[in-house]
Write a protein that binds this ligand. Sequence first.
Ligand SMILES: [Zn+2]
Length: 396
Amino acid sequence: MPEEAQFMADLQHQVAGTAKDCKFYGDLCKSQGFNVNEPITDDTLDQIPYVSWQHFKQSNQEFHKLLRVPIEKMSYWTLSSSSTGDPSLVGRGQADVEVFRSNYRKLFEEYIHMDQMKRLVLLAPSVKFLNRTPFKAMGIRGFLFYRDITTIWNNIPTDFMLDFKIGKLVRYYLSHLKFKAFIEINGKRLEKSLDKCEKEQLPALVANSVPLMWTNLMDLQKKRGKTYSMAQGFKVQTGGGGWSGTKGTVKLEQSIDKAEFFEKIGALFNIPITNFADAFGATEIPVSCGGHWSEKYQDIVHHLDMNQGRIILRDIESGERITNTGEEGMLEVISPYGVSTYAGVAVLMDDIVEILDHHRCEECGREGMVFRIVRKYTSETGKGCTSFTIYRPLKQ
Ligand SMILES: [Zn+2]
């Protein structure tokens, strides 16, 4: 584990390196009078110039300016699954890809005992499909960020529940030059897969999109008219939000009540609340944060692994750092690891967050910062942002 001093030294090194390699970030540091050679401490984290999530958006056409290496040296764009048709594009080399994959692998091992799983039931498209998506920008291929996380599970037999109509997608892409997914859930496959898990009492994992899981499992329960008796090691992993009912190209009529989700799906599989885990992460950052349901806060709480990075909150109006627990602020994620090919060392995210505890989770005993995601700041209009120094780039 890197000690605090080592972490801060690595961070300073990475900030200085980013300013040197990436003109965009270097100019940003200059315009803010930030001295990249100055040592960084926990008290000065908020002085590091940050890149706002919007600069990664395809529509802003600035994503390529955030590279630290010549475009031909990067491996591919990692893409967010976008609910607005405007994905984030983050150019990564293989070394950076391996860092975030390692962070997610640790999360899966720690929160759901990945090593014990015998089967995976994914409400997601197959890796084969994800590998075939035709996305390109500036002549370089792009793949969903999610693809590289899915491949962490490559050695475990997996049932993919989403069928995509590749022909339709390709035709749409060719005529609109934009992604549009044509999804079909394979209900029969879902039933068969869960029946097998029950019959063979498999330690298995159901994972992925909250809206897809919620609607399909509730539909399945109605259809079956009875619950499952799953093995002790049967678990459910959610991630990437979607509680508002919108995730990627899926839109529900209404938001999903988290307490109801855990209660009803727990009852359907006959598993305790401790068999659920959540993950918070994003395409723009290498950091991944595991989470669980909290009785105290009646919400999912997430934990920051201090080996991966630091989190600070900023006041929505002033941009000033917020350190008090119980106050909401915009999330900024700072990490020196996994950002060697792009200016991702400090990224302001599109999330409003509340810090619950700076040191320790009293419910599970994990050390480190505990926080909860309150809501998205915005996800509607990401266009036309050209200045870093304006804190609320969307405010007209
Ligand atoms: Zn906890």
